[in-house]
Each structure stands twice: as C-alpha cells, then as structure tokens.
Design a protein around this ligand. Structure first.
Ligand code: ADP
Ligand code: MG
Length: 689
C-alpha cells in the first residue's frame, strides 16, 4: 500500500502493541498494580513484591492464588485474553480488579517476562518466557502453588518511554504508594514489598483494618482514628477517619476504596471534608481510610484506562452518605460538627443513616483511639493553632485564624537573633557579607536610578523594584512572573529610589499588610512575605551548629512512601539543623531543630514542613533539595498573615528586610513591597489624567 506520496501508513502489529502498552503501563508502579490486581483476583492470601532499582531492572510479584493451567498460561499474555469477562453485559457486574485482558499482554510486549505458575491441585507447574511479546520458551517445571511473574528490563524495547522514568527512589516511592493503597484496601491479604532486598512495607493479613492503619500510616495516626461504619440504602461505608485534631496540609491521606478498588473521587474527598464542617481549618485535610461497598452496576470503573477514577451513577447520594457517616462517627465521639446554618439540611433529607445489620465494629478489640497515653507526638497536625473544641473565632471565620502579638514578637526575635552574630569567625564572615551586601545595595540603587525615567517605566510597565539586586536574577523564572503580574511598580525617579528607605510606618491592614509613607508615595509591605525573605536568606547562610535540642523529642509518623522519600531528604535536613532519625517502622523522631524555630511551641510545624517537602513525591535534583528545605523552613517560621504587629515590630521587620540581599520578593517569587507613587494615586483618583 505504500506508494509514492503516501504519508499515511498502517502501523505494524508490534508497534501498535507497544504504543497501547504504554497507555496501560506508564511506569514500574503501574506494572506492579496490574500484577497485584491479578494476584488479588486469583484469590491470593499472600502477595510478595520484590523490586530492583525502582522496578526498572526487575519486578517480581509472587502470589499463592489459584494459578494457571499450562493452556491458560500460554494464553494469558495474548491481547484481550481474560478469564473474567465473557460478554459485554458482564461489564456491568464485574467484581474483579481486572477484566480487559490487557495487563499481561502489555507488560510482556515491553519487557522480558518469566511466568511460573501452578494451580494448587496440579502436580506440575508451567514456565513461560516471553520477550517483547514473543514466547521464547515454555516448559513444565516444579514450582510453588500460585503464580510468580518476573518482569525484567521494563521498556527495554521502548527507549522513548524509558526516558520518562524518574530516579530509582522516585519510582520506588510510586510503587510504595500503589502497594500501600492495595494493602489498605485488602487488609485480609498479607503484603510484603522489598526493594533491593530490603523491606519497605509489610502488612500481615488481619481482619482488623486498624492493624493495617498502624502498619501503614503509623501508630500515632492510628491512635487518632475513629471507626466509621454505616449503611445508607444499599451503600455500606466502613473504615476510619481521624479526629479533627489530626490534619494534613494535603489530601494525600484520604484513602478511598470502592468495592475494594483503590480509587480517587474528588466528590467523595469533598464529602469527607464536609463531614468535619468547621472542625478543620480551611486548607487542611483529615486522614481517612474509607471503603465503600455498593452494587457494581452503580460504579463505572471503565472511565480511566488505569481505573483510578470512578464515576458513580448516584454521586450526590453517595457523597451525602459519606458526609453523614463521618458526622455520625464524630458525634458518637463527642466531636459533632456544629449545627449547619445554611447548607445544613441538604443531605439529611435524602439520607437515613442506620446501623448496619452486622454489628461488627472494626475497633471492637483495639480501640487505641481512646488510649490515655497519647505519646509526645499527640499534637501532630495543627493542634496548637486549632483549638480542640473549635473556638468561637474558628467557627465564624475558619480561614482567618488570628495570631497573638506574642507570636509576632517571638518570630521577629528569632530572626533578630539570627541576624545577630556570635562567634568571632562568624563575625568576620558576617562583616564581609555586610560589606558585600552594602556594595550590592549600592549597585542596585545605582542601577535603579539609571533607569528611572518616566518613559521607560511606562514602556516596560513592570516592577523593577523586585528585580534581583545582585544582577543574577535578571527577571528570570519566578521573578519574571511576578514582574508581569505586578506592573507599574518601579521606584520613582527621585534620588532615593529604594522603596524601603526612609519609611514612615502608618499602620497595619487586615493584620497582613504594613502601610507606610515614603515621601509622597504609599508603600505596602506583605508582612509574611517580607519576613519569609528575611528568614530565607538567614537560613541559607546558617551554619549547621545553630541548632537547639528539643526537651521533648517529637515523633512523627510517615507512610511507607514518605519514608522512602525521607531517607533521601535526611542528609539535607541534617545539613540545615534537623536531628532526625528512624524510630520504629514508620516513625521518626526529631531531636534537634534549627534555631530559626525557637522554642518549638507547635510540633505540628515540623510535621507539616516534612510532609510539605515530601508531598511533591519526588526527589528534586541535588541543588533543588537544599533550597526547597530552606524555603519551606522560612515559610513555616515567618510571621503569619493574621498576626497582629505593633509599630515597633513593623519597624523592626522593615529594618530586617532592608538588610536582605533581595528584599523585593519572597523566596516563592511573590512581591514583598509594592509602591504607589503620588502620581499613580493622583491618576487613580482622577486628579490628573
Ligand atoms: N497471578 C495470576 N494468577 C492466576 N491467573 C492469572 C494471574 N495473572 C493473570 N492470570 C490470568 O491471566 C488473565 C489475563 O490477565 P490480564 O492480562 O491481567 O487480564 P485481566 O486481569 O484483565 O483478565 C487473567 O484473566 C487470568 O485468568
Ligand atoms: Mg489483570
């Protein structure tokens, strides 16, 4: 068919298969998910996963399930070969994890695969070797009952795909997340995950979900979990949710399973959150492990090729049922959300929450939630900032928590202390730095004055003031973005162009902004961004020895995935003054913190800081990690928006900001200072055209 001038060609079967495989198998973690799904479908009670080099070199999934006959084993890797679906109508009632018959064919198309399998009732097993979709060898072999699929050199024949793979640790983090979810979804199956021979995750079979929560989310988290058990219509909701005091900065610990399949559903996540109403501050999330059981006909798992998203035919009702189930749990524990004022009745109308017929409560035996001896990490989350009973203030305006003046004082003092110098050596160093700083600032001023013509300003319409003074910024990256977002912000043409010089502070607006007058201009400073900048630069310069020991060490629970990432982060955290070490399976203990945190009045800060670093889910390049740690530290230690500042404190902050090398933007690239010139004000008020 290929004639001259023909641009369109039909791809050969081999290429088609490889492309299709890439859609199902994106990375080692997706291959593992498919193989473990198969093990679960095969009725296994034990699944063991071993990976090498983040699964890139080798993946072995072994189960003790029903195995395959020789004939089936030879068919299994064919495209659309499945034992789980025979006709289209079955799709509506499919109860197994797999049903498309695509996984094995995809994996075998892009890897070197060895399958060893034996049904328990048969004496001999089968070995099949498939490379790039071609059977190399098949034979009878003695093997344990069940199936072992050994996948080597994933993507060996699709180099384009291989290039997209991340570092071994990052791939391992993805794998760990997948296995963790499958283990939480199937607590009655034993899961073991080994990476390069070392155990990463182990969850022995148990009929109690809480045991899995202890193993996988850690004992501190488990201690804060309350059981959920409800039946609404034909929807059974089981699992556990955290007490309102345990919150996270991201929703990555909302685990949802529908008919034992790990899924994500924004609607259900929102419904869980809704169950807490104002018990949890805006932007924070609870921890939850919820398993929904409902008629398979009501769930469309076919939306996504990797079956991660689900669609419910009665989404609203299901969301309402989830909210009601969470509320019921909280109220049973005396943690009932306040009466809703406006939206209160919406879900109650459609719902009737009943106890399920079988009254087997998950926590009957091990109700650790009420144990009195809450360990030192009991404050994890934002306990210190969120009054346990939900204060009046919180109820009315959950998003604007107000920080006392004392808090500002403390935070400012810390940066002041950091700016102050102690040892002689440092004194010299700092002296040098000061000189350099001064020189840079001079440079910046000169540079500023050079360009200060009205025309230029109009032409560019950008905020020169936030450009890096050292010249290295040159409006690159984030700085550039801010420049565009905040036009017309350039020091005016008067001799004194530094917007921070000679300020007369007028006051504070919304406990967020500092208002000041400079000559005839109006200067506005974002107090959090400004302090963040001050601290960021100090932290960057800070030496390792500027640490303080915690009187009560803080314990933090990490998930196995976070732990994988944490191992990579520890050297960087240590470099910046954290003393942090492993303490039991998923628990870490923090014994030292950088001086910048002062007396650690809120241990939640440390947990937040760490989960924020880990939330990205990947290890950045070496240079990036250190910077990221510094930024997050600065953000956490800085005065918050919502903190009251006295005049003296505001002056102090401006003074500190003036000493910064790059005072005009925060480490994330937001501006710290905006100037409205008299001319601009006049124009805005239409005094002049
Ligand atoms: N671990 C296993 N144990 C027993 N049978 C298996 C296993 N893995 C795969 N199979 C068989 O191979 C078939 C094809 O698997 P797969 O390609 O994953 O498709 P699907 O799971 O969608 O049916 C399955 O339907 C099943 O019969
Ligand atoms: Mg499958």
């Amino acid at each position: 068919m290929e004639g001259q001038g023909n641009k369109i060609r039909i791809l050969d079967k081999d290429t088609i298969n490889k492309i299709a495989a890439g859609e199902v198998i994106e990375r080692p973690a997706s291959a593992i998910k498919e193989l473990v799904d198969n093990a679960i479908d095969a009725g296994a009670t034990e699944v063991r996963i071993e990976v090498e080099k983040g699964g890139k070199k080798s993946i072995l999934v072994r189960d003790n399930g029903c195995g395959m006959s020789r004939a089936d084993a030879l068919l299994a890797y064919e495209k659309h070969a499945t034992s789980k679906l025979t006709k289209i109508e079955d799709l509506d009632t499919v109860a197994t994890m797999g049903f498309r018959g695509e996984a094995l064919s995809s994996i075998t198309a892009i890897a070197k695969v060895e399958i060893l399998t034996r049904p328990p009732e048969e004496l001999a097993g089968t070995k099949v070797l498939i490379h790039g979709g071609q059977v190399q060898e098949s034979s009878n072999i003695g093997t344990a009952p069940g199936t072992a699929v050994h996948v080597k050199d994933l993507f060996y024949n699709t180099p384009a795909r291989q290039k997209y793979l991340k570092s071994d640790k990052t791939e391992l983090a993805h794998i760990t997340e997948v296995v963790m979810k499958l283990a939480l979804a199937n607590p009655e199956i034993s899961f073991t995950l080994l990476s390069d021979g070392k155990p990463v995750l182990r969850n022995p079979a148990s009929s109690e979900l809480l045991n899995s929560v202890v193993n996988l989310l850690g004992p501190e988290t488990a201690r804060s979990m309350l059981p959920v058990e409800s039946l609404t219509g034909d929807v059974v909701i089981r699992g556990c949710v955290s007490k309102p005091e345990l919150t996270r900065g991201t929703g990555d610990q909302l685990f949802l399973f529908v008919n034992t399949r790990p899924v994500s559903s924004k609607a259900v996540n929102a419904a869980i959150r809704q169950g807490y109403y104002t018990k949890i501050p805006k932007g924070r999330y609870p921890v939850a492990v919820l398993s929904l059981t409902l008629d398979p006909q009501e769930v469309d798992v076919n939306v996504h090729p990797r079956k991660a998203e689900v669609r419910f035919s009665r989404e609203k009702e299901i969301s309402n049922a989830v909210t009601a189930a969470v509320e019921k749990t909280l109220s049973e524990h005396g943690l009932a959300p306040e009466i809703r004022e406006k939206e209160g009745k919406t879900h109650q109308k459609t719902l009737e929450v009943r106890e399920p017929e079988s009254r087997v409560l998950i926590h009957e035996k091990t109700d650790v939630s009420e144990k009195p001896e809450n360990g030192p990490g009991k404050d994890i989350g934002r306990a210190a900032e969120v009054p346990a009973g939900g204060s009046k203030l919180f109820r009315e305006k959950p998003e604007t928590y107000s920080y006392p003046v004392k808090d500002t004082e403390r935070r400012l003092k810390r940066s002041e202390r950091l700016l102050g110098i102690t040892s002689e050596n440092e004194m010299k160093e700092a002296g040098k730095e000061k000189e350099e700083e001064k020189a840079t600032r001079e440079e910046r001023k000169e540079k500023g004055t050079e360009e200060k013509t009205e025309e230029e300003r109009k032409e560019k319409g950008t905020q020169k003031g936030i450009e890096k003074g050292t010249g290295e910024g040159n409006g690159k990256g984030t700085e550039k973005r801010v420049e565009r977002a905040y036009p017309e912000q350039k020091p005016n043409k008067k001799a004194n162009t530094d917007p921070l010089e000679d300020l007369r502070i007028i006051g504070q607006v919304s406990k967020i902004y500092i208002l000041a007058e400079k000559g005839e201009d109006l200067v506005i400073i974002d107090q959090h961004a400004a302090h963040e900048r001050v601290l960021y630069e100090q932290i960057l310069k800070m030496k390792k020895n500027r640490v303080q020991e915690l009187i009560t060490p803080i314990t933090i629970d990490l998930t196995p995935k976070e732990k994988v990432l944490m191992e990579e982060y520890i050297p960087y955290l240590e470099e910046h003054g954290f003393g942090i070490s492993e303490f039991g399976d998923n628990t870490y203990v923090v014994t030292f913190v950088p001086d910048v945190f002062g007396r650690l009045e809120d241990p939640g800060i440390i947990h937040d800081l760490i989960s924020e670093l880990l939330a990205g889910g990947k290890i950045k390049k070496d240079t990036g990690v250190s910077e990221q740690v510094c930024k997050t530290m600065a953000c956490r230690a800085a005065i918050k928006g919502g903190a009251a500042c006295s005049l003296r404190q505001m002056e102090e902050l401006v003074e500190q900001l003036k000493q910064a090398e790059n005072p005009y933007s925060c480490p994330h690239g937001r501006p710290t200072v905006l100037t409205f010139t008299r001319g601009e004000l006049d124009r805005m008020f239409a005094r002049i055209q």
